[in-house]
Structure formats: structure tokens, C-alpha cells
Design a protein around this ligand. Structure first.
Ligand code: AMP
Ligand code: ZN
Length: 493
């Protein structure tokens, strides 16, 4: 008996706007596709939040015993600066600016992406395909769409005919947009474009002579449109219809809308049963975004080397902060918010530490079996991690009460509590027991505080040579002191 048999999950399906009972196409198996990063710059914490939300979904499905094939792609071609098929390819532009090969850009930022995900204890996906590795599949898809009458070629480029498609299908059903409204809201073309209608989108673009990333095709030497790669790769690895497709909310339109249209036009099938969209991460109340520069990179938050946060935070704290809100809510990253999460994270980890030293009795004062079911119920309700965390804290409170002889637990219940806490904290939320790191941090903080005190004494004695020496030598080993009217604080770089 697998856990999934007794744990029906409800998933909020963006397509229907309702929470629906999850029924995989093949019992016991789940196919999940998540749009991966465009590897032209470092990932920011907003990107990390989205991938982390799906990492927790992946982890929970696996915990329930599903055999999950999780495909998360790497976009290494075709993503133009502008969603309306204009502007330069993001990777080509970076390569031009830095005077390196586009594939060097791709390699650099793919490695960076993987390093960051490792720091945050992500599970690797089952397959991580690249757009450039699937040009043939994309060309085949375009041919099928042309053959079915939903795309046209102009001057070596191929466009999806949204109007024609909408005559027999519904374009806009995911993002709840109507073609008439889109027509009304789109700027009139300036005559430069080959498109029949501004709503049409590129499936293949003919490369300008200077465009380095180019492949031969029946239409021209060129490159595929961005939306197409996900259709090609999801179909190849998960089939024409699969269970879950995820991504950030900002991808719902046009990217995911176009994916649906492409599949329906090529294969006559709606590709995805459950569309999941993670909400945006904000930084101090404003959406985190590469283009506006309102970003914090993971390494800046982990080192404390940034203008927004008062100190450095451990990766587990950021994971915990993320899990404290539902993936469907906007999450605002603030110093106060992360400081509060840090306290909660270490309280939880201290609770995990108590599991090994808790004394057992003949009775339990908490209904542990019911508590365990509540943990599952939380995750079964559209992966509600904040509610799960509130139940985990109930257990931490209970363990502390037992320690203070104000509550008791039987050996059998302690085993259930331990197994359940381990499963949810480590396996599902992916939090690492950084109790050791924490006590290491505490020791470091204690030592630095002592040096700060000695420096203050040196200053009081007007021994500025010694006070400067303490500051400079700490800086040399990566510990920065910050003086303010409230005293001296430190950060790690
Ligand atoms: P990109 O590399 O720009 O294609 O983005 C990779 C993923 O990060 C996509 O799923 C985006 O939806 C997601 N993303 C971008 N900005 C944010 C943000 N501020 N908060 C959450 N997710 C984001
Ligand atoms: Zn995609």
C-alpha cells in the first residue's frame, strides 16, 4: 500500500480556477514539467522561489510513493528580449557584450544555477533538457502545425496563426483572455513585422546575418521561438498529454497559453491536466525582476553582502521563509520577515534535536496519530506548507512540554512523531538540519562580539592603531564591521 492511496491531493488548477482532486494519467506515476531558467545571467531569489515551490511539490509526490518523472528545461536559445518576438536573443546579447561564445554564456550560468540549487538543497529533476538539444523536435512540430493549417511562413520565418486557431479552438483559456480584448489592447504593427496579426507568435525566426545561434530548417537558417521548446521537450519526455505543468505566474501569458495552442494545433490535444503557477517574490514590496534591477542574488543574501539585509542568513532559513507562505501567495522578502523566519527555523531545528533525547512514558498527552493526519491533510490541500509548519510547531511545543515534565509521550507515539517530523522537515520541505551550522554560527558570532568589545575598549583608551587593526584583520578574513549610532554589527562576505 502506497501513501498516495490514502492521501488524495487537491491541486489548484489555474486552467479551471478550482482545487481539483489529483488523478494521474497512469496510476502511481506522475509526469511533471516546469519551465526552467533562461541561462543568460545569475538567477535571483525570485527565480529560486518558483523552483523551490516545485521542488517541494516534487518531494511530496515522491514521499507519497509516486514514481515521478520531473522535467525542468534549460532555455539556452530562442528567448528574445521582448515577448512580442522582437529584440535580440538574451543569450546572444550577453555573448556580444562580453565578447564570448553564446555557449560560454550558457555554460557559465547553467553551472551557477546548479550551484545555487545545490546550496539550497534542491533535488535534481529526472531530466534537464536544453532547447538547443531539441531543434529537430521543434522543426517537426512546426511542420505539423503548418500542415494542420495553423501556421504560415513569411520570408523564412514561421508564425502561429492565432486568429485561425481561435476559429476552431479557444486561445486564451488559461489566462482567461479573449482574442477580441487582445486585439483591442495590442499596438498596431509598425509595418516592420511579417506577422499577419500582432497576436500571432513566432515558431521559427530567420536569423539575421550577424546572428550566431542558427540552425538549418526547411524555411531558413534560423532559430526556434521560445514557446516552442517547452512543447517539444514536454511532449518528448512526458507524452502528448501529461499530469502537471508548472512555472511562475508571469509565464501564464503568453508562454503557457502558446504552449497549449501549439499542442492543440499540432496534436489535437490539450497537453496538461493540472496547470500550477507559483506567485511572485517581491523585494520590499516591489516585484523582484532582472529587468528593473530590484533583485537580490542568493549569494548576496547568504553572505550578508547587500544593502537590504542586516546580516547573513543560512540557506535553510531562506527555504523555511519560502515554505512559510503558500506558493500561490505573493511573498515579500524583507529583513524583518527573514529575521522572524530565522528564529522559527532554529526553533524547529532545536525541536528536531529534542526527538532523540525525549523520555517516554506510559501515556501520551497528545493524539499523535491525529496530529500526523493533520500534517498530511495540510500538504494534500494544494501543498499548504504554512499550515504544515504550524502543525510542526505544535509538535515542537509538545516536545518542549515533555522536557519540562508538563506532558508525556509513549515510545510508540514518539516513534511516529519522529518518523513524521523527519519525513516532513527533511524529505518534504527539504530543510537541512543546520543545528550544527547554527551552533557553529553562534560560536563565530560569540568570538566576533568579543573582538568588537575589545575594539570598543581600545577606542575608549584612544588606542586607534589596535582598533583599526581589529577591523582590518577581520575584513581580511571576510568579516565586515559596520559602525552606527546604535553600536557595531558585523556581516560575512
Ligand atoms: P526566467 O529565467 O526569466 O525565464 O525565469 C525563470 C523562472 O523564474 C520562471 O518560472 C519565472 O516565472 C520565475 N520568476 C521570475 N521572476 C520571479 C519572481 N519575482 N518571483 C517568483 N518567480 C519568478
Ligand atoms: Zn516553458
Amino acid at each position: 500500500m502506497h501513501l498516495y492511496e490514502s492521501n488524495p491531493i487537491k491541486i489548484y488548477n489555474s486552467l479551471t480556477g478550482e482545487k481539483e482532486v489529483f488523478k494521474p494519467i497512469n496510476a502511481g506515476h506522475v509526469g511533471m514539467y516546469v519551465c526552467g531558467p533562461t541561462v543568460y545571467s545569475k538567477v535571483h531569489l525570485g527565480n529560486v522561489r518558483t523552483f523551490m515551490s516545485f521542488d517541494m511539490v516534487f518531494r511530496y509526490l515522491k514521499h507519497l510513493g509516486y514514481k515521478v518523472r520531473y522535467v525542468r528545461n534549460i532555455t539556452d536559445a530562442g528567448h528574445l528580449e521582448n515577448d512580442a518576438d522582437a529584440g535580440e536573443d538574451k543569450i546572444t546579447k550577453k555573448a556580444r557584450l562580453e565578447q564570448i561564445e553564446p555557449m560560454e554564456v550558457v555554460q557559465r550560468y547553467t553551472v551557477d544555477f546548479h550551484n545555487i540549487l545545490n546550496i539550497f538543497n534542491f533535488l535534481p529533476p529526472s531530466i534537464e533538457p536544453t532547447a538547443t538539444g531539441h531543434i529537430i523536435e521543434q522543426i517537426e512540430l512546426i511542420s505539423a502545425i503548418i500542415e494542420n493549417g495553423f501556421a504560415y511562413e513569411v520570408n523564412g520565418s514561421v508564425y502561429f496563426d492565432v486568429h485561425k486557431f481561435n476559429d476552431t479552438h479557444t486561445y486564451g483559456k488559461l489566462s482567461k483572455r479573449k482574442l477580441e480584448d487582445l486585439i483591442h489592447n495590442t499596438r498596431v504593427l509598425d509595418g516592420q513585422s511579417d506577422k499577419r496579426n500582432p497576436q500571432d507568435f513566432a515558431l521559427w525566426k530567420k536569423a539575421e546575418p550577424q546572428h550566431i545561434m542558427r540552425w538549418p530548417s526547411p524555411w531558413s537558417d534560423g532559430f526556434p521561438g521560445w514557446h516552442l521548446e517547452c512543447t517539444a521537450m514536454s511532449t518528448k519526455y512526458l507524452g502528448e498529454q501529461f499530469d502537471i505543468h508548472g512555472g511562475g505566474m508571469d509565464l501564464k501569458f503568453p508562454h503557457h497559453e502558446c504552449e497549449i495552442a501549439q499542442n492543440e494545433a499540432a496534436k489535437g490535444k490539450s497537453p496538461v491536466n493540472y496547470w500550477m503557477h507559483a506567485n511572485m517574490l517581491e523585494l520590499n514590496g516591489q516585484r523582484m525582476s532582472k529587468s528593473t534591477g530590484n533583485t537580490v542574488n542568493p549569494d548576496e543574501l547568504l553572505s550578508g553582502n547587500n544593502p537590504f539585509f542586516s546580516k547573513a542568513f543560512a540557506p535553510g532559513v531562506i527555504r523555511f521563509f519560502t515554505a512559510q507562505s503558500s506558493y500561490r501567495s505573493v511573498l515579500d522578502l524583507t529583513d524583518d520577515g527573514v529575521l522572524a523566519s530565522e528564529k522559527g527555523f532554529y526553533r524547529l531545528m532545536d525541536g528536531m534535536g529534542l526527538l532523540n533525547s525525549t523520555k517516554v512514558s506510559r501515556t501520551s498527552t497528545l493524539d499523535v496519530a491525529a496530529w500526523r493526519l493533520k500534517c498530511y491533510a495540510a500538504m494534500n490541500d494544494d501543498f499548504n506548507t504554512p499550515i504544515l509548519i504550524s502543525h510542526l510547531f505544535e509538535a515542537v511545543k509538545y516536545l518542549n512540554q515533555i522536557k519540562e515534565n508538563k506532558a508525556s509521550i509513549t515510545a510508540k507515539d514518539l516513534e511516529v512523531l519522529k518518523t513524521t517530523m523527519h519525513a516532513f522537515v527533511y524529505d518534504v520541505l527539504g530543510l537541512e538540519n543546520s543545528a550544527e551550522t547554527n551552533s557553529g554560527n553562534d560560536k563565530l558570532a560569540g568570538a566576533v562580539e568579543l573582538l568588537i568589545k575589545l575594539r570598543q575598549e581600545a577606542r575608549a583608551n584612544k588606542d586607534f592603531a589596535l582598533s583599526d587593526q581589529i577591523r582590518d584583520e577581520l575584513a581580511e578574513v571576510g568579516i565586515q564591521l559596520k559602525d552606527s549610532k546604535d553600536g557595531t554589527t558585523f556581516s560575512l562576505s
